[in-house]
Design a protein around this ligand. Structure first.
Ligand code: AMP
Length: 557
């Protein structure tokens, strides 16, 4: 078997991914343990013509922005007819949420998620308990059912009536809490009956599309801004499902994808635009005839805390103010994020109406309580071997491995691959196409092990990630990484490699382990406070910003 060496030295020590596996014994062992055989990705070379190897041909898959959506035809009545093929694709049972058995418990008794609702409003709408009696448009209720959502998650229970009654909303909720649907369902439902009146004129795509004569300016009614391309693609995907059989046409725009094609999609008409801030600003500033935000009814900022850095303030203001010219001023704002920090408060004060509703689910940014967390001592030069041993000792399951640098991501991926494990990797030096392909391979189970830097940590919804391994401990964002697993009640396992180089994280890890009732490893024993009490600073900023608020205080529903 290959000798295990330091990450930095691995470039020389390891074989490349070309050709047959270098360690036949390890390869056979991985098959015995039930892991599927690794398949190399075969991307076109830089010049786009030659392939790097001829083992598995690179499959030209469509970019996310051109994914099929329900196209309305003028002949349709109020609700469009079913399209069996598209329905099967959008609501693929393999991609439906597989609810863990903890989900029902969370929903019925909320013993795992304490809900605190702060309503800076005259009236706090009562939470809904089911989708059927929530006053939602029948088309969206049907799409919710097709998506496999039986019961509203806590955040949905509050946002749906709040938006229904016309309030601005701030949602502080954990990733995986169902927050995408929490803002899309009520916003789409409100618009569904009025699209003919509110939406911009658009071509009848049933007759085909001739750009020379048919193209229109995109004038979305809903704008969703999210920090990463992957998150935008997920939100767009959810929009495609929830808009099924309606007149509403979703589009997505993100950096890294071909701009021209994204612009062509917008020119066919766009009612919901999901975009990363960079590409959106580019479209707004450099292509005045492409996009107008004058019809906006909803501006939604997702993972807002990720975007509100100093250097983004100007751009964010431009986006927030972009749609404030619609005639009747009926424009609602929704801000969602894991934390509610100073910058968020500033943004909220500036743009949200004074009587907005703030919904806070549990401790902002907290790890999921149903993730089993292990911290094990591993020296840096033993990490690769420890990772391999851990993977081979466990039943095959979808596993995310977090590393600190792009170089390590490449090495670790190569290393596992050459020992016969089905791995892939993703980081910011990869092209958008490579990133989409890696995520697709991971989601489909073709490569159930994904090695990644922080790029996919936030907001990425991949179902059934059973194991998250912190090969390198993150200095920030531990909670976000942990919440990749155990989404919607699925019990997950998180393993972190720790050694004395990570001392800065030690107290934080001890707090997390105590908070979630996990066993404390011996090397942390001295750090456990005598009373075993956890003292987290509340990063939601509630205390200094809630004067005069009606505190719903731990309200349950
Ligand atoms: P999000 O927090 O928006 O990333 O959502 C996490 C996952 O929860 C996604 O896979 C959604 O499809 C799923 N989901 C959202 N709402 C519900 C619901 N009411 N019931 C079951 N699954 C849901």
């Amino acid at each position: 078997m290959t000798d295990f060496v330091k990450t930095e030295d691995m470039a020389e020590a390891l074989p490349t991914t070309d050709g047959p596996p270098k360690d036949q014994e390890a390869y056979d062992r991985a098959r015995e343990k039930g892991w599927s055989a690794p398949e190399p990705s075969n991307y076109p070379a830089e010049n786009g013509t030659e392939a790097q190897s001829n083992e598995v041909p690179f499959v030209e898959e469509a970019w996310m922005h051109s994914a099929q959506k329900y196209e309305w035809s003028e002949e349709f009545g109020d609700v469009g007819p079913k399209i069996t093929e598209l329905e099967a694709q959008l609501f693929n049972p393999d991609l439906k949420p597989v609810k863990g058995n903890l989900f029902e418990k969370q929903v019925s008794s909320l013993n795992l998620t304490s809900i605190k609702v702060i309503a800076e409003a005259v009236e706090r709408p009562a939470p809904i308990r089911d989708f059927d009696n929530a006053g939602l448009h029948p088309v969206i209720v049907e799409n919710i059912k097709l998506s496999g959502y039986d019961t509203p998650t806590p955040i949905q229970a509050y946002t749906i009536p709040a938006i229904g009654k016309g309030y601005d909303v701030i949602g502080t909720a954990q990733t995986g809490s169902g927050k995408t649907a929490a803002y899309l369902i009520p916003a789409l439902s409100k618009l569904m009956g009025k699209v003919k009146k509110l939406a911009a004129p658009r071509p009848n795509l049933a007759n085909g599309f001739n750009p020379d004569t048919d193209m229109v300016r995109a004038e979305p009614l809903i704008l969703v801004v999210a920090p990463t391309r992957e998150l935008c693609c997920q939100i767009f995907d959810e929009s495609r499902r929830l808009c099924y059989r309606s007149m509403l046409r979703p589009c997505v725009a993100y950096g890294g994808g071909p701009k021209r094609e994204q612009m062509d999609e917008l020119r066919k008409g766009c009612d919901i635009l999901v975009a990363t801030p960079g590409r959106l600003i580019d479209f707004m500033s450099n292509h005045p005839n492409l996009l107008s935000l004058n019809r906006l009814r909803f501006t939604i900022i997702d993972e807002a805390d990720e975007m509100l850095h100093d250097d983004w303030e100007k751009e964010m203001s431009k986006i927030m103010a972009g749609g404030d010219t619609n005639e009747d001023g009926n424009h609602r704002y929704m801000l969602f994020s894991a934390t509610f920090n100073k910058r968020m408060r500033k943004l909220a004060k500036k743009y949200l109406s004074g009587d907005h509703i703030r919904i806070r689910i549990g401790r902002a940014g907290s790890t999921h309580i149903n993730v089993q967390q292990n911290v094990i001592w591993v020296e840096n030069n033993e990490k690769q071997k420890a990772l391999y041993d851990l993977l081979i000792s466990m039943p095959p399951s979808r596993t995310l491995v977090f590393v600190r640098s792009k170089k390590t991501a490449d090495f670790v991926d190569d290393y596992l691959f050459n020992l016969g494990l089905p791995s892939t990797s993703i980081h910011s030096d990869r092209t958008q196409r490579e990133r989409e392909d890696a995520i697709r391979a991971f989601k489909s189970g073709r490569a159930p092990i994904m090695v990644t830097t922080g790029v996919s940590a936030r907001g990425l919804d991949i179902r059934n990630v059973m194991h998250v391994i912190n090969f390198d401990l993150p200095s920030i964002d531990y909670d976000a990484k942990m919440s990749r697993t155990a989404r919607i009640g699925n019990v997950g396992l998180a393993t972190s490699f720790y050694n004395d180089k990570d001392e800065g994280m030690a107290d934080y890890l001890v707090k997390i382990l105590l908070e979630t009732g996990q066993p404390i490893p011996d090397f942390f024993a001295e750090r456990v406070p005598e009373d075993k009490k956890v003292d987290f600073e509340d990063d939601s900023g509630a205390e200094d910003d809630d004067e005069g608020a009606q505190d719903g205080g731990g309200d349950s529903w």
